[in-house]
Design a protein around this ligand. Structure first.
Ligand SMILES: [Zn+2]
Length: 183
């Protein structure tokens, strides 16, 4: 990575330098909210480029994962390397996976097929995991069981998951806590 490229890269990042602050990519985004840019004619994830700038070249078969669970974040200390399985376990642990059959990550060779039981178990438990979303009144609410919350509030769980995961900007007044605001 040459120094000129690095300067232009970081110029497209909005940095929050507080202790746990995220550095958010302000350029274009991929589905799921990851930053995207062109490097030598190839489309690359901004978080992957940030990782390489900070820590040097890495095995491209590996995924660059987020400690902060915020897809557009490119702050090097929030990033770590892992396998696709690590990624799924991490997602399940953070309550991001919703359905054993609908997991369609870009590099998953099992795309569209049922996942192994040990992952489905994790997904099942994921419904009991905490969720975080901004309510219509602007308050951030956190819960431990989205199914229960949706039932009690007459909400569609799929719609809520899309918002919680940052895939949709809003659902019935609910918005993602981490949804990046692109001007
Ligand atoms: Zn972050």
């Amino acid at each position: 990575m040459d120094i000129d490229f690095e300067r232009r890269f970081w110029a497209r990042v909005r940095r929050d330098d507080s202790e746990d602050g995220c550095w958010v990519w302000t350029g274009s985004l991929m589905t799921r909210g990851y930053g995207r840019l062109w490097v030598k004619g190839r489309r690359e994830g901004a978080h992957r480029v940030a990782y390489e700038i900070a820590y040097g070249p890495f095995d491209k078969a590996l995924r660059v994962l987020h400690h902060c669970d915020n897809p557009p974040c490119v702050r090097p200390k929030h990033l770590f390397l892992g396998t696709q399985l690590d990624n799924m376990r991490d997602a399940a642990r953070k309550g991001r996976m919703t359905n054993c059959y609908r997991w369609t990550s870009e590099n998953n060779p099992n795309k569209g097929k049922p996942l192994p039981d040990y992952i489905c178990d994790a997904v099942g438990r994921a419904h009991e995991r905490p969720f975080r979303v901004r309510a219509p009144d602007g308050e951030v609410i956190e819960g431990i069981n989205l199914t229960k919350y949706c039932r009690e509030h007459g909400l569609n769980q799929g719609g809520m998951w899309s918002v919680i995961n940052g895939l949709k900007p809003h659902y019935r007044g609910y918005t993602p806590v981490y949804y990046p605001r692109i001007k």
